[in-house]
Design a binder for this molecule. Sequence first.
Ligand SMILES: [Zn+2]
Length: 364
Amino acid sequence: MMNESSKLHRLLKNSRENGHPLLKSAAALSLCAAALVLIITRNVAFASSAAAAAPEPVPAAAEELAVPQAVEEEPAPAPAREYALLCIDGQPFFAFDTVEAASAALASYVDLFSGVGTDSAALAENVSVRVAPAEDYLLRAAQEFDDLARILLHVETVSHSHEEEFLPYESLTVYDDSMYVDEQVLEQAGRSGRRVTLTEEKALNGMAVSRESSVTVDVAPVTEIIRIGTKEHISTGSYLWPSEGVLTSKYGRRSVAVGSSFHKGIDVADAYGSSITASDGGTVIFAGWESGYGKLVKLQHENGDVTYYGHCTSLLVSEGDVVRQGEQIALMGATGVASGVHVHFEYRPLGGDPIDPLLVLPER
Ligand SMILES: [Zn+2]
């Protein structure tokens, strides 16, 4: 205050002593106004601080009398009843009679949002229970806990669901020329796959807030593989006469010039050099000279049976050749031990001992 006053005084003094009177008086006026504002401001500030301090100056005598009387004459207050204060972030919001009642109310509230598939349910807020005296509004709040909780407390639930997806298998056909056309093999059994999608959903008071899906199990389908043969059959399974000639000797025991012998096949006679044909389709397993048989062809058929064509004059096939039924394989002659021009024909089931060819040949 003294500074402003002295400054003002000095300025006023200067204005009188120097410069134009008008200008000086105007400057003085504005300075006066500034000083006044300062003074008013100071006064207000003082007044308010004085008002705030006003209750303090109490008559010393009254104060000294009142305080000792209150302490000595009034009986000690009964200890306030304590309650279980349910606090959110440390602040009490509800007062329950007992800690158990507070816990039960809280648990039943959390349970409201736990359903089937709920893995966890927890309060988003930091909730604690403190035992202390309670104010009335906290007791009233506890009576409306169910309604108020929905506003104040948020139950965070995490639930899982899973969805299974069926994955059908594919079928692959493999063609194999080492197998006959009517053969088929299931090389690999097909198996369906399965995809399981797990979804985790988080919710606050039952309202979904996030949803995340992930494939957790993935059983890949197994492709079915079917192997199918493409090889054409060379055998029919039935037999034809190897020559158009006539049957001259049957299968079995027969008399010869020197004693008797067992005839292992049949003889069919025709002109020298006439055609000898495959009784059924097959593979040439022998084409050459064999003692007694002379020039001989052995055919193995698909079923494993073997047929012999002996005493040929010439062979038209070689070992390993595949021939069809009725195909010419040799020319008739009398090589080996032969009484005349004919073909000696044997039929050996599965390549074993010969049996009577007439059992399998068509009647003539
Ligand atoms: Zn014979």
